[in-house]
Design a protein around this ligand. Structure first.
Ligand code: AMP
Ligand code: GLY
Length: 424
């Protein structure tokens, strides 16, 4: 079995989780992290290069004899990192630039779903030229009004508004005042769907697919799902309401047409499709978003439940050999609780000295925004760490994750003590 040198792009908790899973693989020779964080640096060698500096990455690939690149965040994928290295014969875990539009353009994703009869909220696309039509559309439909910036907006580009006046002024702000820069030059107005959300992660090599553990994340900053949207304050896997029957329906009506649609349209996809879903009370599903990468912090609950080789899984997807990969999933439940810095998701302090609890066998601390300053561990982001625990049921994994999250110390540290509240 040939061992590999792997270059992992990204610096968050998701990438620490990938690094940890890769480090357990007998196929790993050396792991390089561009740029990683203080947690992942104990598992591999940091390289000082931005994930979107493709020329810089190419130098590292050559110098360090990299066999495989795994991409954590969406930005390099949307900017074409797959295509750049495909030309250089380096396998990349992630979709091509054309396929990454599933995340990079909400309008593209909606049109894709409509071409392939994938259930999703009805919508209208609006630009400066059709602004008046967009306003009339808002007047015709009833609230709440869902406005989505077409392009990437670091998870902030979705506005949900109760009043028509607010919706109209927000639509104008997004398009004319460029509230989210170029990303909101085009806006998707979507029908509001009521129900419970969960996410499925589908590993694909473009032909075959494997369904990874499902998860539910908690996006709002405040307890009781209040306050601003964040990248995610915690996650559980599996959400108990996602029955086998539900997954059968999701596979048939969403996963299969997605993978087949990508294939039919010649959209090269060697990675993970993250499908955000709403399950309505009537039992229907709607896709509310596609992402072209793993979720953060969902990865911190998805990967620890995979007992087969995760590096092998990603490599098999990247090299179109997923058919021969045998995926095994643990029956244990996983929960993760993010410890964030006061002020997040708005302005927050960095460089705060931190003290972490001692390592323990039943919980793991994934670093998200951390670095070393001289010999000291300091914060380096809004989401600072996420604590994952496994348990025989969600309640025990949640209890343990929260207990350890409460022991993480830095000035202004906070976490949502109600992650998983619906399930306990
Ligand atoms: P997104 O960035 O697409 O994940 O959207 C952020 C959040 O907005 C989602 O997690 C949902 O809670 C909510 N959302 C997005 N689209 C809809 C919709 N069509 N109906 C109701 N809620 C939505
Ligand atoms: N946790 C949400 C995301 O990764 O997009």
């Amino acid at each position: 079995m040939k061992k590999m040198n792997v270059l992992l792009l990204g610096s968050g908790g998701r990438e620490h989780a990938l690094a940890r899973s890769f480090s357990l693989s007998p196929r790993l020779d050396k792991l390089f992290l561009a740029p990683g964080n203080a947690g992942s640096h104990s598992l591999g060698e940091p390289v000082d290069c931005s994930p979107t500096d493709f020329e810089g990455l190419a130098q590292i690939v050559e110098q360090d004899h990299i066999d495989f690149i795994c991409v954590g965040p969406e930005q390099p994928l949307v900017e074409g990192v797959y295509d750049f290295f495909a030309e250089r014969d380096v396998p990349v875990f992630g979709p091509s630039q054309a396929a990454a539009q599933l995340e990079g353009s909400k309008g593209f994703a909606k049109a894709f779903m409509s071409r392939h009869n994938i259930p999703t909220a009805s919508y209208m696309e609006v630009t400066a030229d059709s602004l008046e039509e967009g306003m009339r559309h808002l007047e015709r439909v009833s609230g709440p009004y869902v406005l989505k910036a077409d392009g990437l907006a670091a998870g902030k580009g979705v506005l949900i508004l109760d009043s028509l006046d607010e919706a109209k002024s927000s639509l104008r702000n997004m398009i004319i005042e460029q509230q989210f820069g170029q990303s909101s030059a085009r806006v998707v107005i979507e029908e509001f769907i009521t129900g419970i959300e969960f996410s499925v992660f589908v590993l694909t090599d473009g032909k075959d697919y494997k369904i990874l553990p499902t998860a539910k994340d908690y996006k709002r900053v405040g307890e009781g799902d209040t306050g601003l949207n964040t990248g995610g304050m915690g996650a559980v896997s599996p959400p108990p309401f996602v029955s086998e029957d539900i997954m059968h329906k999701v596979e048939h009506s969403i996963i299969q047409p997605t993978i087949k649609g990508l294939h039919q349209e010649g959209l090269i996809y060697h990675g993970v499709v993250y499908i955000g879903l709403i399950l309505s009370e009537a039992g229907d599903f709607h896709v509310i978003e596609y992402n072209c990468r793993f979720g953060d912090p969902e990865t911190q609950v998805v990967l620890p439940r995979i007992t087969s080789d995760v590096l092998e899984a990603c490599w098999s997807a990247a090299t179109e050999n997923l058919k021969n990969y045998k995926l095994s999933i643990d029956t244990q439940c996983a929960s993760t609780v993010v410890v964030a810095s006061k002020g997040y998701p708005e302005a927050y302090a960095k460089d705060l000295p931190m003290i972490l609890p001692d390592p323990c066998h039943d919980a793991f601390i994934y670093h998200a925004g951390t670095k070393r300053h001289r010999d000291e561990l300091v914060s380096n982001g809004g989401r600072v760490v996420s604590v994952t625990a496994l348990g025989d049921d969600l309640k025990s994994s949640l209890t343990r994750a929260k207990e350890v999250a409460g022991q993480v110390q830095f000035d202004g540290a906070f976490y949502r003590a109600d992650i998983g509240y619906e399930f306990i």
